[in-house]
Design a protein around this ligand. Structure first.
Ligand code: AMP
Length: 364
């Protein structure tokens, strides 16, 4: 079977866009796609999916279920995804049947922190100093080489700080590795940053590139609490941040929206923390504060449409609604802000249940 992985032309309204992953990012992608006249088909392995509720069709099956994947590919004109941990085999299986964007290479790089950091460093872009850790002796040795404090992170399947631990001695590094039960890891030097920021940007099928203004991001318990635009970046620094995202997108021959998470040092030095090959939580404010949101931009890019206007017409603060906070929906609905509730049934602690974006006039 050899279906092309590239589109023959812009995908017309009425076509079906498949989305792998059934969370809130898939939900907001489906809503944006609907606005442009597309149908959407969500594929998720979870019993409950807040994206399926707003899509045209849904499949609930495992990511290695070839029969279900085959039927999904047949039902879709194009497939994209909303999370980076799509198994490599799933992406490659689909790529051989239907146009897929972004491509599997971006996924496989972003899935493994060692591969990802090596790729970024290979482009001459700064990251926290890091070492691969394959055993306890490596962990101790890496700590001695980097100095402390440092952060031990599993190479795979970490998000929102899961699988991470700060260590302050070589012994503690070895011990932390042992606690991860021999799962491959990296040790990273702890970055004493002034603040965190991100670039959410899009690259079209024709290589065109547009970035949203970089927000400042504040985390609580490793989870994004709020994103604020504009970030306190000088014009030159904001340009440098965007240029970093452009180089990464070009090196990956990327198609779609990507998020690049950054540490901004006290003297204005920029280090990349990680790449998210998908729409990003720190870009949710674009729904209210830009003509074309990150979600519509992603749909435009993967569908081969021209990229839309990414300029910001207002200042904005986006706050996540986490866990039981969503129970205050009535009070939240009274705030003068754009409210988004994802419709997830269970409000587990730390779970992103919605977000709220407050606009103010563009600062001079
Ligand atoms: P990650 O899962 O790698 O995105 O990390 C989640 C959060 O942990 C980041 O947004 C930072 O707030 C913090 N963090 C991760 N790595 C480092 C580091 N090397 N130095 C300081 N803080 C870090």
């Amino acid at each position: 079977m050899s279906a092309p992985s590239i589109l023959s032309g812009p995908l017309p309204p009425g076509s079906t866009i498949g989305i792998l992953g059934g969370g809130q990012l898939g939900r907001m992608l489906a809503l944006a796609a609907a606005r442009l006249g597309f149908k959407t088909h969500i594929y998720s392995d979870e019993t409950e999916s807040c994206a399926i509720n707003v899509a045209t069709a849904g499949t609930r099956a495992r990511y290695d279920d070839e029969q279900a994947l085959g039927a999904f590919a047949q039902a879709c004109d194009l497939i994209t995804f909303e999370f980076e941990n799509v198994p490599d085999g799933t992406a490659r299986y689909l790529e051989n049947r239907v146009p897929l964007a972004p491509g599997p290479r971006a996924l496989s790089i972003a899935q493994d922190r060692f591969v990802e950091k090596s790729f970024i460093a290979g482009l001459g872009i700064a990251t926290a100093a890091f070492r691969n850790v394959a055993n306890e002796a490596d962990a101790a040795e890496a700590f001695r080489a980097l100095g402390g404090p440092a952060v031990l992170k599993t190479r795979r399947l970490g998000y929102d700080g899961k699988g991470q631990r700060i260590v302050r001695s070589a012994e503690e590094a070895a011990h932390a590795y042992a606690e991860h039960q021999g799962v491959p890891a990296i040790l990273e030097k702890f970055v004493d940053f002034a603040f965190e920021a991100s670039v959410v940007a899009a690259r079209g099928r024709d290589g065109s590139f547009l970035a949203y203004d970089p927000p400042r991001n504040e985390h609580e318990n490793h989870i994004l609490r709020r994103s604020i635009v504009p970030a306190p970046l000088t014009g030159a620094l904001a340009c440098e941040a965007v240029e970093i995202a452009r180089r990464i997108a070009e090196a990956l021959d990327y198609v779609g929206v990507l998020g690049v998470e950054l540490f901004i040092g006290r003297n204005g030095e920029i280090a990349v923390n990680e790449i998210a090959p998908r729409v990003h939580n720190s870009g949710h404010w674009t729904i209210e504060a830009c003509v074309v949101s990150q979600f519509e931009q992603h749909i435009r890019a993967v569908a081969g449409w021209p990229l839309g206007d990414a300029r910001r017409h207002s200042d904005a603060v986006m706050e996540n609604i986490i866990g039981a906070e969503v129970e205050d929906w009535l009070a939240l609905s009274g705030r003068e802000a754009g409210l988004h509730i994802y419709g997830k049934r269970v409000a587990r602690p730390g779970r992103k249940m919605g977000h709220i974006t407050k606009l103010s006039p563009l600062s001079p």
